[in-house]
Design a protein around this ligand. Structure first.
Ligand SMILES: [Ca+2]
Ligand SMILES: [Ca+2]
Length: 292
């Protein structure tokens, strides 16, 4: 009898908990593309390709297999033979929702999931940005002038190579976050804070599908609730609590692909004349970061 009473008591507490928990913890999917349609759907993606003609993306069947289903997005970019130091090249695609670019909200919890295949013959180079959370600059509504200075994306995931001696170039991942609580980021690059959240040897991640999950909340306030938590193949590699992003009107948006802003610099590897990589299973949810 005592046992039954205790069981009932437990159930009484369990029931309200079950009613409350799913609503709080189930993610709301804002975006999904596994590229199985065989096209890069213009309702889902906004392309940003520069210079045109030297880069493209397609939904195709990789010979090594997709991460999910049979198709993935292949991104290719060729080096501009006319490029000058400082010239930037990109083949990027920004997530859309309801046909327009998905700008995030500040103080909302998001979870990005994507899988990347970097071919095993990837030549080392000083940097390739493969995902970025682009922060649109504030604009004066009357004059149309940009109110923020140059600063780059709020966060970027890069592949880079580091010379570990005697021309022994080693591949590294790098996740870079920036933040600034000043509403007008000034032209002085010291005016914002740049933090390398993660760097790790990437050699064993070439030639296979790698799953990334990036959970974040944009909050530039130093006393706010900003965070970035990132998993690589289910393992936590970043667990950061602190300010994130810039003090802007609009939150950052995500784009993936290839962006090389140093391709024409003298320090770039001259042997890298073309780049190709693959994405699959790109998801954006409104969801809290997992615990632990
Ligand atoms: Ca797929
Ligand atoms: Ca701003």
């Amino acid at each position: 009898m005592k046992k039954l009473a205790s069981r009932l008591r437990r159930r009484r507490y369990l029931l309200p908990a079950l009613l409350v928990l799913p609503a709080a913890w189930l993610p709301t999917q804002l975006f999904y593309d596994g590229f199985e349609s065989g096209t890069i759907d213009s309702n889902k993606w906004k392309p940003s390709i520069h210079p045109t003609g030297l880069g493209w993306a397609s939904a195709m069947q990789p010979t090594f297999g997709a991460r999910q289903g049979s198709k993935a997005m292949k991104v290719t970019m060729n080096k501009d033979p006319q490029g000058q130091p400082g010239d930037k090249q990109r083949v990027e695609h920004a997530l859309k929702q309801n046909g327009i670019i998905h700008f995030t909200d500040f103080n909302q919890q998001y979870g990005y999931h994507f899988s990347v295949y970097v071919p095993s013959d990837w030549e080392p180079d000083i940097q390739d940005t493969i995902s970025q959370w682009f922060a649109p600059k504030d604009v004066d509504p009357i004059t149309g002038q940009k109110l923020d200075g140059p600063r780059g994306p709020a966060m970027s995931l890069k592949l880079k190579a580091v010379d570990e001696g005697s021309n022994n170039w080693v591949h590294y991942w790098e996740l870079v976050l920036k933040w600034d609580d000043n509403p007008a980021t000034t032209v002085n690059p010291d005016s914002f804070t740049r933090i390398v959240l993660w760097t790790e040897n990437a050699s064993s991640d070439l030639g296979r599908w790698v799953d990334f999950e990036v959970y974040l909340k944009w909050d530039w306030n130093p006393n706010g609730a900003g965070y970035v938590k990132m998993y690589r193949d289910g393992q936590v590699v970043v667990d950061y609590n602190g300010p994130t992003g810039f003090h802007d009107d609009k939150g950052p948006y995500y784009k993936c692909g290839l962006y090389k802003y140093t391709w024409h610099d003298p320090s770039a590897n001259p042997n890298v004349t073309s780049r190709t990589l693959y994405f699959d299973r790109v998801i954006l949810n409104e969801e809290p970061r997992p615990w632990p």
